[in-house]
Design a protein around this ligand. Structure first.
Ligand SMILES: *Cc1c(COP(=O)(O)O)cnc(C)c1O
Length: 521
């Protein structure tokens, strides 16, 4: 058994891995996987090449004395390793992925087909622009759709995730404040306490201080508290709409007017745009900057740190500060503006090249195949599905707020009170039932929060299966079956991990057994 430097095993103990132990640790045709380092051997390689005859090495002193500690595996062995691992993964293509805030929707295969066309897939960002006119036109067209859908005059296409888009928007605000000579005095940014963690992190990264906005009892920004916090040291606000409680901020126009009167800017976190795309234009709400997570609202497979793309729309006031590069059209030709001499107020650049091309292709394919009416319909269906889940689950679970929701349904742990079952136990029991858990303990303003976002692409049958299962689990919890929850998941390839240990003493590297032996002594 291999141990890591901390003396913990690096592969599962077979009999502990399975509820019904087998000699091998495999369970039916679900095969156990060891670490690649434990499977391969360090002397071997996947390919045997003959020693080159009659050629002296030119490496001299630089030649390594020992083989690198990399496992050597033949192609079929390497293939099996990764395919077995992939079968342990859960994916939107296998079932509902109800993670609130993440918008895990079906990714149409058409997007993939178009993204793989050689004219998009096999080009290089340093190719002469005359040879990639189609790709540049695609970026310009997508920018056009984003401006149209948001009612905003400008968009920076290069940010590579939602958080990166936030950074882009806040850097544009900072640049505008510097131009006004107020960067030294306007240092405070107001952020609701229900905000996604990236919002305060971005504000701090840009050198601002964060001032928390309290929520009112109906889960929205407390407008009276908001008024009181405004002042001439306020740089701006960062508000999510619909917010992270899945509710529309009804006072958003008033908030925009108030922050503008106070001399600040309005950053809107657009991660929840899926609920309102084609229905509400953020530009009409008085927003100055908003990122759009192409990988949420406009499909594209994402998750596990996978690819992201966060184009950021900007108002008239912030447009001059948009980062380089951007695409311009001149007499039917497309050109990337790369040089600051052509855009003197640009605050700089966010990425080496021009953004996430593969995702641009997927997003535009999605938009063109849905059309304007289809995008609005998707938003309506997303909201309808969330309200269906909210209504059905309210029979046994505790909605965090009264009334309808937007695209996500939020519950507190009140229904588990006195059962000995916590939010985490409930989530783990869902895994045994075949469902990926919802987002848990977020937003922070709701005790033991469970945030469910079904998205528009789930059928009624799939929503019913999901709801039936959660209702049954809620009943089990209330009828005193706490033990079943505490020991969940029982049927997953791995049982419950020690998350505290994992966070406090993360073991991120495999260590050879020699090192492990030393650590154990
Ligand atoms: C997903 C999300 C973000 C961050 O987006 P990334 O693409 O993951 O960087 C920010 N805010 C909210 C509300 C989100 O849901």
């Amino acid at each position: 058994m291999s141990m890591n430097a901390q003396g913990r095993p690096t592969r599962a103990v077979p009999s502990a891995a399975a509820a019904a132990p087998t000699h091998t640790g495999h369970r039916a045709l679900q095969l156990e996987v060891a670490l690649l380092f434990d499977e391969g051997d360090f002397e071997g390689t996947g390919v045997d090449l003959p020693e080159p005859a009659g050629t002296a090495s030119r490496l001299g002193d630089l030649a390594a004395d020992e083989a690198p500690t990399l496992p050597g595996l033949a192609e079929p062995e390497a293939m099996r390793h990764y395919v077995r691992l992939s079968q342990k993964n859960y994916a939107i293509d296998m079932g509902i992925f109800p993670l609130g805030s993440c918008t895990m929707k079906h990714n149409p295969r058409l997007n993939e087909k178009v993204a793989r066309m050689p004219g998009f897939a096999d080009i290089h960002p340093l190719q002469p622009q005359s040879t990639v006119q189609g790709a540049l036109e695609l970026i310009a067209q997508l920018a056009g759709w984003l401006k149209e859908l948001t009612g905003m005059p400008a968009v920076a296409m290069s940010p590579k995730a939602g958080a990166h888009g936030e950074l882009c928007g806040m850097m544009a605000i900072k640049a505008a404040l510097i131009a006004r000579g107020e960067a030294e005095t306007r240092t405070r940014v107001l952020v609701p306490e229900s905000a996604h963690g990236t919002n305060p992190a971005t504000a701090v990264q840009c050198g601002f201080t964060v001032d928390k906005l309290p929520a009112s009892t109906d889960g929205r920004v407390d407008i009276a508290a908001f008024r009181e916090k405004l002042g001439d040291d306020v740089a701006g606000i960062m508000v999510t709409n619909p917010n992270t409680c899945g509710l529309f901020e009804r006072d958003i126009r008033e908030m925009a007017d108030l922050v503008h009167e106070a001399g600040g800017y309005f950053y809107c976190d657009g991660a929840n745009f899926n609920a309102i795309a084609g229905k509400v234009r953020p530009g009409d709400l008085g927003i100055d900057a908003m990122h759009i997570n192409l990988h949420k609202t406009f499909s594209t497979p994402h998750g596990g740190g996978g690819p992201g793309s966060g184009p950021t729309v900007l108002s008239e006031a912030l447009a001059p500060y948009a980062p380089l590069p951007f695409v311009v059209e001149e007499e039917g030709r497309f050109r990337l503006v790369e040089d600051a001499s052509e855009a003197e107020d640009a605050f700089g650049r966010m990425t080496a090249f021009h953004g996430q091309m593969g995702m641009f292709v997927r997003a535009l394919t999605y938009m063109l195949s849905h059309g304007g009416d289809g995008i609005a319909r998707a938003a309506e269906d997303a909201v309808l599905n969330a309200n269906y889940v909210l209504a059905r689950l309210s029979a046994e679970m505790s909605p965090a707020f009264d009334g309808h929701c937007m695209h996500e349904a939020l519950f507190s742990d009140a229904f588990l009170k006195g059962t000995g079952v916590g939010t985490i136990d409930f989530a783990k029991a869902m895994i045994d039932e075949g469902f990926h858990p919802m987002t848990m303990y977020f937003p922070l303003v709701v005790p033991g929060a469970m945030l469910i976002e079904p998205t528009e692409s789930e059928s009624k049958r799939s929503l019913d299966e999901f709801c039936d299962s959660l209702l049954a689990l809620a009943k089990d919890a209330k009828s005193g079956e706490a033990e079943k929850f505490k020991s969940a998941p029982r049927l997953a390839p791995r049982r419950r991990l020690d998350e505290t240990q994992a966070a406090r003493r993360p073991v991120l590297r495999w260590q050879p057994e020699a090192a492990a032996a030393m650590a154990a002594e």
